[in-house]
Write a protein that binds this ligand. Structure first.
Ligand SMILES: [Zn+2]
Length: 139
């Protein structure tokens, strides 16, 4: 992924944004998590995963779900571009826990906050910190 491309934002289908919000609500009171597939520069599918921590403040994607997402991406000419998780009662920015447990710096991280108003924000990991990446919704 090119830095210039990221600076312009990450194009994301509105259906994917809606799916992440719905998953976050369905998983309450726990954090939800999942992976996002990229097709030619557009995030076009959210794959829900099991949060093996079953926690309201932490998440860990079930490795089996991660492998399944990679296989699905490969089989359909796409890539796993990002991971997502929710903050049931927290703000939409990365928490200290998120930074401490950041798993894969090649992924973007989407965070769904269910604080009022519910919102989805994206971040990338760079130089030991998260920086915001604009989400550009596409139909
Ligand atoms: Zn978090």
């Amino acid at each position: 992924m090119g830095a210039a491309m990221i600076a312009e934002g990450i194009r994301t289908r509105q259906t994917v944004i809606d799916a992440m919000l719905a998953h976050a609500r369905a998983a309450l009171p726990e954090e939800c998590c999942g992976l996002l597939l990229d097709c030619d520069g557009v995030i076009d599918e959210a794959i829900a995963a099991t949060n093996v921590r079953h926690s309201p403040t932490r998440f860990e994607i079930d490795p089996r779900d991660h492998v399944a997402a990679i296989r699905k991406a490969r089989a359909t000419g796409r890539t796993v571009r990002a991971a997502y998780h929710s903050h049931p009662a927290g703000p939409p920015g990365p928490s200290a826990t998120d930074a401490a447990e950041m798993g894969d710096p090649s992924l973007l991280y989407f965070i769904v906050s269910l604080q009022d108003p519910a919102a989805v924000h994206a971040f990338r990991w760079e130089g030991g910190n998260f920086s915001a990446v604009p989400i550009v919704p596409v139909p």
